[in-house]
Design a binder for this molecule. Structure first.
Ligand code: 13P
Ligand code: SF4
Length: 304
């Protein structure tokens, strides 16, 4: 702990000296969360990246998040402390696969989950995050939507927007897709009064058992405002730790066992410190791809 207090202090000094800001996702390890200037979900962090006035953004999250920050803030230096912090779901669809889908559905518009590569974003009409996927699809001018890469989020959107036809792709998040309905049922038996709050990347059978379906920050706001005291939270453990820390009078339980995204957990406080000190690893996005991806990201930023 003493070590991390010293590192947090050194990070603070480096941030000041270099006019840098630290953005961290809700799934980061606790000490990185505590060192962050901004902590949030994908949409909040994208908006923050687009608006901050610093020269350097250090992004403690996964690669697609840092790439999104770079596209939205091209004049800034964006650093990802660990190059091996990727999102496996983002790599599940290739540009060729998306082009095939477009060729097979010429009247459809493409809505791409922000958990995707820059090349796939560049081929899309709009991006979305877990917090605004439903609103993006509702508002886009098309009755047929190709939704990639997350089939679970896409299925949830289909449930919420029955008037449009959603064409799904077979991508998924290995952390959320693992959560089974039996785990929620068991937790409901143990805590019958608890509210079940799930991330929309879970399977439909889990969504069907939920009281609320929300993004990570949506879950946090809901729990803080709710008069209830017990919550079963179907998402990655990092958010559950934050909920416990910020709501000491309430109880938060995972879906039977803690679900961990190893990619989100790769970034240590030391990695953040070294990222700032050596200004590594700089994220670059080829300009013509960035320009096209920017259009889709701008659409995303229009909706809450
Ligand atoms: P949120 O945007 O809800 O934080 O989700 C990001 C993510 O990667 C979920 O697995
Ligand atoms: Fe990707 Fe899932 Fe990890 Fe989120 S939790 S970064 S979707 S692998």
């Amino acid at each position: 702990m003493e070590n991390s207090i010293t590192l947090i202090q050194e990070i603070k000094e480096l941030k000041k000296a270099k006019h840098a800001v630290l953005l961290a996702h809700n799934y980061q390890v606790e000490e990185v969360q505590l060192a962050a200037d901004y902590l949030g979900d994908s949409l909040e962090l994208s908006r923050t990246a687009a608006g901050v006035e610093h020269d350097i953004i250090v992004f403690a999250g996964v690669k697609f998040m840092a790439e999104t920050a770079k596209i939205l803030s091209p004049q800034k230096k964006v650093l990802l402390p660990r190059l091996d912090a990727g999102c496996p779901m983002a790599d599940m669809i290739t540009v060729e696969e998306l082009k095939d889908l477009k060729a097979n559905h010429p009247n459809a518009k493409v809505v791409t989950y922000v958990n995707s590569s820059v090349e796939v974003k560049a081929e899309s009409d709009a991006c979305c995050t877990s917090s605004n996927a439903v609103n993006v699809v509702k508002n886009i001018h098309a009755d047929e939507i190709i939704f990639v890469p997350d089939r679970n989020l896409g299925s949830y959107v289909q449930k919420m927007v029955p008037g449009k036809k959603i064409i799904l792709f077979e991508g998924y998040c290995y952390v959320h897709n693992r959560i089974k309905k039996e785990e929620i049922e068991e937790m409901k038996k143990r805590f019958p009064g608890a509210k079940v709050v799930v991330h929309p990347e879970v399977r439909m059978e889990v969504i069907d058992l939920a009281d609320e379906v929300l993004s990570t920050s949506g879950m946090l706001k809901y729990a803080a405002a709710s008069p209830h005291k017990q919550f079963i939270i179907a998402t990655e453990q990092g958010l559950i730790e934050r909920m416990k820390r910020e709501n000491p009078g309430k109880e938060f339980y995972p879906a039977l066992t803690a679900k961990i995204c190893i990619n989100m957990k790769r970034t240590s406080l030391k990695d953040v410190y070294e990222a700032l000190k050596y200004e590594r690893y700089e994220i670059r996005v080829e300009e013509s791809i960035a320009r096209r991806a920017m259009r889709a990201l701008d659409e995303m930023l229009k909706y809450v």
